[in-house]
Design a protein around this ligand. Structure first.
Ligand SMILES: Cc1cc2nc3c(=O)[nH]c(=O)nc-3n(C[C@H](O)[C@H](O)[C@H](O)COP(=O)(O)OP(=O)(O)OC[C@H]3O[C@@H](n4cnc5c(N)ncnc54)[C@H](O)[C@@H]3O)c2cc1C
Ligand SMILES: NC(=O)c1ccc[n+]([C@@H]2O[C@H](COP(=O)([O-])OP(=O)(O)OC[C@H]3O[C@@H](n4cnc5c(N)ncnc54)[C@H](OP(=O)(O)O)[C@@H]3O)[C@@H](O)[C@H]2O)c1
Length: 304
């Protein structure tokens, strides 16, 4: 476990994070992307009710500059594309032409907003058309992106609070890495706790990036991994709602979640989002709404 506590307490094992990503050196080359009006209908648009009137038929043609395989099922893809600036925590639609149709899905940006190489972290979904097609892309191939980012899972939607909790399952780590790369996160919050909940230890990805953030923000950032299906000696072997109920999460962090000084962002598996919200609501925290600010802000990656 990587936390202020683990650094102080010799009883804990040395933090263990996955090794360096084997990306090629960052390729910030001149962008050859262009906007393309697509004649194909977007016939598959699952998972999200898009607001903001994005034009469904206009795509920016991006170029794949790297694809990293973390495990048999987990991948990250890097793309250059001339899209509008986005806000950390937002997603965009990613599309490919598959069997004569444009298949589009939302993906959160992993990269910092000022990094021109856009990065998406995805899990191969069984029989999922887009994830299988993305997995097969090679450097130099085309990947279409929507012209601009969207979504409200962003810091400006979160009320001020000393403590910001970021709870992610699986690939939902991505938007938190983007948010943590911004100066705003550290200006707005005194303590940030990043929780990454996965099934097996090999799914604890982005170790180098998390280690760098911990080094940049000593005493401000804690990283608490959860691995639910195997013993690791360093991660909490549980689910997030259970560890909230039995107190293990807050004990590990050394701070409590209270309505008066905490904000909680939850992202990923819809069942985890639902169950975690239920535990927090039972403790007096409320969903954060623009008209009625609360403490819980969520984003679900698919429908339960
Ligand atoms: C706002 C938002 C942001 C998202 N960001 C990401 C991201 O950064 N990384 C990422 O991997 N996914 C993300 N997703 C999910 C993503 O949009 C796709 O649904 C997913 O990658 C599967 O696409 P597919 O075409 O392969 O399969 P689909 O045909 O879309 O999925 C088949 C079925 O699998 C289920 N499913 C969909 N997504 C998942 C999933 N991630 N895990 C398990 N079951 C799923 C659904 O029940 C769906 O009906 C996000 C979704 C939303 C709404
Ligand atoms: N990760 C992979 O390599 C992989 C491989 C094949 C297919 N997939 C598919 O991709 C999807 C997403 O995968 P994922 O890796 O993000 O896994 P996931 O199923 O979302 O699990 C990630 C973590 O969330 C936990 N979780 C599940 N339901 C929960 C709940 N109700 N409350 C709290 N925590 C909960 C899991 O615990 P438990 O372990 O206790 O469930 C696990 O620790 C899954 O539907 C899966 O079928 C993933």
């Amino acid at each position: 476990m990587i936390s202020k506590q683990s650094k102080r307490n010799d009883a804990h094992e040395e933090p263990r994070l996955p090794g360096s990503p084997d990306w090629l050196p960052s390729q910030r080359r001149a962008d050859k992307t262009k906007v393309r009006a697509c004649s194909l209908p977007v016939v598959q648009e699952l998972g999200h009710n898009f607001r903001g009137g994005l034009c469904m038929s206009t795509w920016v043609e991006g170029t794949v500059v790297n694809l990293r395989q973390w495990t048999d099922e987990l991948y990250s893809i890097q793309v250059t594309a001339d899209i509008a600036p986005f806000t950390a925590g937002q997603f965009t639609r990613v599309a490919l032409e598959i069997d004569g149709e444009m298949v589009a899905r939302p993906y959160s940006f992993v990269n910092a907003p000022d990094n021109p190489v856009h990065e998406f972290y995805f899990v191969l979904v069984k029989n999922g058309p887009l994830t299988h097609a993305m997995r097969d892309l090679k450097r130099g191939d085309t990947l279409f992106l929507a012209p601009r980012g969207a979504g409200f899972f962003i810091l400006s939607e979160i009320p001020e609070a000393d403590n910001l909790w970021m709870l992610a399952t699986g690939t939902a780590l991505g938007p938190f890495l983007s948010i943590l790369s911004t100066a705003e996160a550290w200006q707005r919050h005194r303590n940030i706790v990043l929780v990454h909940a996965v099934r097996t230890a090999e799914e604890l990805t982005y170790g180098d990036e998390i280690r760098a953030l911990l080094e940049q923000h000593p005493g401000e950032l804690q990283f608490i991994p959860f691995v639910s299906r195997e013993d690791t000696g360093f991660a909490i072997r549980s689910r997030v709602p259970a560890a909230l109920e039995d107190g293990r999460l807050e004990q590990t962090a050394g701070i409590s979640i209270t309505a008066s000084d905490s904000q909680v962002m939850i992202c990923g598996n819809p069942a985890m989002v639902r169950d975690t919200m239920a535990v927090l609501e039972a403790r007096g925290l409320k969903k954060n709404r623009r008209r009625e600010p609360g403490q819980i802000t969520t984003e679900q990656y698919w429908k339960a």
